[in-house]
Design a protein around this ligand. Structure first.
Ligand SMILES: NC(=O)c1ccc[n+]([C@@H]2O[C@H](COP(=O)([O-])OP(=O)(O)OC[C@H]3O[C@@H](n4cnc5c(N)ncnc54)[C@H](O)[C@@H]3O)[C@@H](O)[C@H]2O)c1
Length: 341
């Protein structure tokens, strides 16, 4: 098997904590050759920390070097997902891009079209797909245990989790608030249970009451003056086959849990909750509950990186692919459009 040469663009938190350790754990499949970040000092520090040979502050340097990468991991801020992914695909690299796919639906479409034209793999880092709970949920669906799934409640809620650092409240960098940062993860999981079909109706509301009031939360203090995004978003998606998803996501909401990340799935034969994984049905008039409280944790980033590398090698894989990313981004855009109306 060919060892792929990989490079990181965007040397921040997710690169340091998730992607570099995952790539380093797979020396038989991938060699990490370069890191590019806006600040050369930061790029060098990260390269030194992880023993990566090349550091630069201009991605073109990597593409023009003799030791050109085969794979780019795009770990930049949301507004740079599109330009760096396009640049990497133009240079005939496979790309694993951080979520959300882009800021606008048209950008995610362009990225998918170029990946197809170039014959390269473009995947998105929705790593919650790799939890053992989600695998069990998918299996319960595939083996018919759930019957037909007709409604999904998808939650990614924080009670007071407006980050007090970074660009999270900056609309031009992030493209949006809780939906772009958090909700997309559970939207991906929910769509994965409905064959990634496209909804034909969406109605949504977004709010910014808590964000605009300013304050201190569980993730630091935020500045009301610089709060440009939604702190909460609630959307109802209806699909041509009559299935529906209710998506609820927040940075800040007056709710009872500090954090709630979950799916509730309702099928004709059984229902399921993702965390902790459980199934609810009925047998001969008796209500039956099956609960699996202690599933072993796995390294979901490592599994998602492997899924991406499998896809690069043409193997079947459960990575969020370019076409799915484009559908998800279109839904996100429609949610914001509906809320704006
Ligand atoms: N999958 C997940 O669970 C998850 C978790 C956290 C973050 N993310 C995503 O990862 C991305 C990055 O998040 P982060 O927390 O690492 O942010 P960060 O701010 O820590 O890192 C972003 C990096 O990009 C670099 N950068 C900016 N402009 C650049 C340029 N022109 N050229 C090269 N590098 C440039 C910055 O210097 C910075 O180091 C975001 O899109 C975020 O949504 C995903």
């Amino acid at each position: 098997m060919q060892i792929l040469k990989a490079a990181i663009i965007g040397g921040g938190h997710i690169a340091d904590q998730n992607h570099i350790p995952a790539l380093k754990a797979l020396p038989e499949r991938v060699e990490l050759i370069a890191v590019c970040s806006r600040d050369i000092q930061k790029a060098r520090a990260l390269a030194d920390k992880h023993a990566i040979p090349m550091a630069c502050d201009n991605a073109a340097e990597m593409f023009e070097s003799d030791n050109k990468p085969d794979v780019i991991i795009n770990c930049t801020a949301n507004n740079l997902h599109h330009p760096f992914t396009i640049q990497a695909l133009e240079n005939n690299c496979h790309v694993l891009c951080e979520k959300p796919p882009a800021i606008h639906a048209a950008q995610a479409n362009e990225m998918a079209d170029l990946a197809e034209k170039k014959g390269k793999t473009l995947g998105y880092n929705f790593q919650l797909r790799q939890t053992p709970e989600y695998s069990l949920l998918k299996r319960s669906l595939e083996n018919g245990q759930l019957g037909e799934v007709y409604h999904i409640k998808a939650n990614f809620l924080r009670r007071r989790g407006i980050p007090g650092w970074g660009n999270f409240t900056n609309k031009s960098v992030q493209g949006g608030g809780a939906l772009m940062d958090l909700g997309v993860h559970v939207l991906d999981l929910a769509l994965g249970l409905l064959d990634y079909s496209e909804p034909d109706r969406i109605i949504a509301n977004t709010y910014d009451y808590i964000g605009k009031a300013g304050g201190k939360g569980l993730m630091g203090s935020w500045d009301a003056e610089k709060f440009e995004v939604e702190d909460a978003c609630f959307a109802h998606l209806s699909f041509p086959n009559h299935a529906s998803i209710t998506l609820s996501t927040s940075f800040a909401l007056n709710t009872n849990k500090e954090k709630d990340v979950n799916l509730e799935v309702f099928g004709t034969k059984a229902g399921a909750v993702l965390y902790p994984f459980s199934l609810y049905s009925e047998m001969e008039g008796e209500l039956v509950n099956m609960e699996f409280p202690h599933l072993e944790e796995t390294d979901i980033q490592l599994k998602n990186t492997i899924a991406f590398l499998d896809a690069c090698e043409g193997k079947s894989s459960n990575i969020c692919n370019a076409a799915q990313g484009a559908i998800l981004q279109k839904i996100v855009e429609e949610i914001y459009k509906s809320a704006a109306k």
